[in-house]
Structure formats: C-alpha cells, structure tokens
Design a protein around this ligand. Sequence first.
Ligand SMILES: Nc1ncnc2c1ncn2[C@@H]1O[C@H](COP(=O)(O)OP(=O)(O)OP(=O)(O)O)[C@@H](O)[C@H]1O
Ligand SMILES: [Mg+2]
Length: 403
Amino acid sequence: MARDGGILVVDVGTTKICALIGEERDGKLWVTGMGVSPSQGLKKGTVINIEEATNSIKSAIDKAQGQAKVQPSLVFTSVAGSHIKIHSGMGVVALKEKVVTHEDIEEVLSSAQAVDISQDRVLLHVIPQEFVLDQTRGITQPLGMTGVRLEAHVQLITAQRSCVQNLLKCFEYLELEVDGIVFQGLASAEAVLSPEEKDLGVLLIDFGGGTSDIVVYREGVLRFASSIPVGGDLLTNDLAVCLKTSKNDAERLKLEEGVCLRELVEEGEIIEVPGIGNRPPRSIQKKILAEILEERVKELLALIDSEIKDIPKTYLTSGVVLTGGSALLPGLIYLCDQILDLPARIGFPERLPGLTEEIYHPQYATAVGMLIYAYQNYYQATEKPQKKRGILDMIRDLLKLKK
Ligand SMILES: Nc1ncnc2c1ncn2[C@@H]1O[C@H](COP(=O)(O)OP(=O)(O)OP(=O)(O)O)[C@@H](O)[C@H]1O
Ligand SMILES: [Mg+2]
C-alpha cells in the first residue's frame, strides 16, 4: 500500500543543503518541490554548529515546501564524513519449515547485524552480500527455496553516534521527525549508476565540497563504502593560499577558469587574480592555477586509490563514475585514467518527472538518489520489510536516547 503525503529528503552537504519533495502521481515518483540554501554550520560533512545548520536546513525546506504545498509523510536526511565505516557481518538460522520465509530472512539478517559494533556507533544500512542455503553459495534472493540452514553475509554501514545525533537535533528543532538517514555515497549511486554498471563492477566517487564519498558495486550489490574528508573546498583553499586571494575570489576563479590538467591550458594564457583587501590585482599564467589544482586532485585520487587497494581493478569493469559538484572540473576524467587506471564518466542524476532542468546537475545527485531510495524502499510497498525494519528501528532507538 502506498502512503499518503509527500516524501521530504534533505541532503545536508558541506556546501549546500538541498531539500526535495517527491509525490507519487500515476504510479510514478514526481519531484514537486526543490529548495537549496548555502550550507552553514557544517565542516567536512559534519554538523559543527547546530543553530547555523538548523537555519540552513530550514531555509531549504521552506523553499521546497513553498513549491510543493504537501505535508510530508516521510522525512529522510543524509550523512557523510570520515566517521562513516563499513563492517562485515554474518548470521545463521535453522529453517523450521524447511522452506525460506520472509520471517527467516528477517531473522538471519538481524542476527548478521549482531556484530560487535561499539556503543558510539549507529547502524545506517544493512546490505546483504549473499545468502548461503545449506552448501549452496551466491544466492541473492532465498525466499521460497528449500533447505535446513540459511546463512547471510552482509556489509554494515555505520556512523558515529554523536554526528548522527547532532544532525537529528537540527530536525528536532524544526519539529520534523526523521524516518531515515542515508549515507550520501549510497544515495548518489541510486541516482547516477545504471544497473549494468552496478552489475559489472563500478567505483562511484561523489566529489563534493567537504567530502569525497566512494562506493563500489559489483554483481548489483554494494561491496564497499567510505567517505574521505577532502572535497572541492580544499581546492578553493589551496588557490586562495597559493594565489594570495580571498576564498570568494578563489572559488570564482576555480569555477570560471579552473582545470585540473596543465596540458589543457594554452601557453601564455593570462588571468587576473584580485588582491586581498585593497591590494591591486595581479596577472598570472593560467597554467599556475591548473598546476595547483592538478597536484591536489592527484593527491585526492591517490588517497582514493589506497582506500580501494583491496579491490582488484579487474573487479571494476565499468570503471569510475564521478558525481558531486566538483566532478565537473575539466581534466578530472583524464586524471582518473592516469591515477586510478580506470575509465571515467560524469554521473548526472536520473531524470524524474516534475521539476526544472536545474536539478539535473551532479551536485544534486545525492538528493535525487535519496528520493529514489526513500520511494523504492519505504514509500511504495512493504516488499522489503528487512530493510524497513533495520533503519527505522535504528532511528527510533536514537530518538529514545535523546529523551
Ligand atoms: N563547474 C565546477 N567546476 C569545479 N568545481 C565545481 C563546479 N561546480 C561546483 N563545484 C564545486 O563543487 C563543490 C560543491 O559540490 P556539492 O554541492 O556536491 O557539495 P556538497 O554536497 O554541498 O558537499 P559534501 O557532499 O562534500 O558535504 C564546491 O567545492 C564547488 O566549488
Ligand atoms: Mg554532497
């Protein structure tokens, strides 16, 4: 049974907050409201000032609600940052009826979650990798199969409890009850990856402002997730420091003139760099700007390469998909090929009926993916009760903790 009301998703990014409202019309998900506000009170994906973050979130939600004019019946938000971790878990159940039922799957998945996760962490996602029924491995959907012993191997994505609580506090101040929290990398993957890419093996990089979220899919299943506290803001900072200009001017120069490959700049090209305060502007070779960006991007890609060092490159047949605002930096695709040894493409979010063209930009991939995720897993049906229980129970636990 579908639910009444809309779905409100709020992607709490380091650079911007994006709120989207989705509604079901004629059996399809429509985007009926969008609000974006500059992000305040966040650093490297984490809330550092609750009041400022709450105001930014409110501003984005107000804009989205002004367009959609529907009360949300589901509210989702997102999380990222270096506190995101992935762990392996395994659970076993004896099959009472000798046939796998929904209840058996729920039970085996919940026993797989009972790994030793410390008290300061909360579970965000339980991702089944494979089921083993008696001696048969590699089963993706065991429902209705015959056997006596069911084993589940899962990956668990967890977040630091205090980071999640601080994020939830912002929503509490706005008197909004949050139904689910999504890891931003996973949400972006929902919006930009094709089923073929997920099946053949792909690395997704959401290169945002404060974080770079990475996820790996293979055989249609998420296999790895991580969030590195480095994003486009660091590139802007580097430019400001090296070129001795303000952050605002550095950001403008990055967006207007930035490339992260020196070969893309013609010899002798000159740009003007404003001075700080009332110091006069200076003319510099555009190649210098490209060199600064190239060095930092190479460092980031080397960091990502070491994060995925245990994953053989042959496993990633579809290569890399780059999304997030910083994915648009010219030269990035070439550097991915050079450093990661993988072919890359830019990931734009899936087109949903409804709102304007504005939304089809890599920086909104997470928000669009959150809407798709919430709609498919929570709004539409109760076909996947194990997922629903996992995350909703976690949120309820968190809310209880606050009282
Ligand atoms: N055309 C562009 N070229 C290079 N960088 C860009 C471009 N457009 C946006 N950016 C950069 O993208 C970053 C913002 O991306 P995005 O909106 O995806 O971040 P965010 O979701 O707010 O942050 P995060 O997910 O890291 O917490 C900024 O650093 C901005 O400078
Ligand atoms: Mg983001």
